[in-house]
Design a protein around this ligand. Structure first.
Ligand code: CP
Length: 293
């Protein structure tokens, strides 16, 4: 039974296969490879992209998907997460796709070895399918099969971001240079190069990944309001100028705070390409987890 808690659950060979399969699926929809499979989605936090992308991916492959909405489940009657999960697992699905506020929830459930667990975002620790779809989008953009020595600047509220955590682990493993741009309180504690201003490093980056400012997660306010934050960290045309830099964002984008309206329309901004690619990458991941392992 293989779980996906973070991208390090996949070997480099598996990641290569996922990238190749996603590319193949994007060219031509495959047959219903997972026609006899059933997945349950269990999202304890809100989602626009990840939940629907998983559902589209599963259905494109012929799998059935059941969604349990925790706000309408017996969680309301005091049922524990473990009990909810064990009851779902007793129905013998082929996997449970879970999003939860706590970093260790997917691992804790995976350790029960009842059904494959696919992490759709846990705390600020990991969002592996987002990291893999971002990696795919970069490979596609640069028309290459390696991103070794390419430099990505991750900009914004990095310390709160599971996208950044998974991305940093995957991108460095794949030989990329990762630099972090954030005000000190948004900066995680690690050995990567750190900048407070994007202007100080923008001339040496190939990719900018902007992150949502999650000011609501910070107990002590660092900025008075979002406008003050945006003055320093919003990705605008003035900041990007005519540099040939790929601009990514995992979503949801806070317009004119993370990225300006003008930059969102710019050809360098590939936010919707990320969402489109997410379906193909998740198809490839489901195939890898449910069929190939
Ligand atoms: N990127 C991402 O996780 O978006 P959602 O929160 O909408 O799923």
């Amino acid at each position: 039974m293989q779980h996906l808690i973070d991208t390090n659950d996949f070997t480099e060979e598996q990641i290569k296969t996922i990238m190749e399969d996603a590319k193949t699926f994007k060219k031509k929809m495959p047959k219903k490879l997972l026609a006899d499979k059933l997945l349950i989605t269990l999202f304890f936090e809100s989602s626009t992209r990840t939940r629907s992308s998983f559902e589209v991916a599963a259905k494109r492959l012929g799998a059935s998907v059941i969604h349990l909405d925790p706000s309408k489940s017996s969680t309301n009657k005091g049922e524990s997460l473990e009990d909810t999960f064990e009851n779902l697992a007793a129905m013998e699905p082929d996997g449970v796709i879970i999003r939860h506020e706590f970093n260790n929830t997917p691992k804790k459930l995976a350790n029960k070895e009842l059904t494959p667990i696919i992490n759709a975002g846990a705390g600020n620790y990991a969002h592996p399918t987002q990291a893999l779809l971002d990696y795919f989008t970069m490979l596609e953009h640069f028309k290459t099969d390696t991103l070794k020595n390419r430099t990505i600047a991750i900009v914004g509220d990095i310390v709160s971001s599971r996208v950044a955590s998974s991305g940093i682990r995957l991108f460095t493993r794949m030989g990329m240079n990762v630099v972090l741009v954030a005000p000190k309180p948004f900066m995680p504690d690690n050995d990567l190069p750190k900048y407070e201003s994007l202007d100080d490093v923008i001339d040496s980056v190939d990719i900018v990944m902007s992150l949502r400012a999650q000011l609501e997660r910070h107990k002590a306010p660092i900025f008075e309001d979002y406008d003050e934050y945006a003055k320093e960290y919003c990705i605008t045309k003035e900041r990007m100028r005519n540099r040939d830099i790929l601009l990514l964002h995992p979503g949801p984008v806070m317009r004119n705070i993370d990225i300006s309206d003008e930059m969102l329309k710019d050809r360098r901004c590939q936010v919707l390409a990320q969402v489109r690619n997410g379906v193909f990458v998740r198809m490839a991941i489901l195939k890898e987890l449910l069929l190939d392992s």
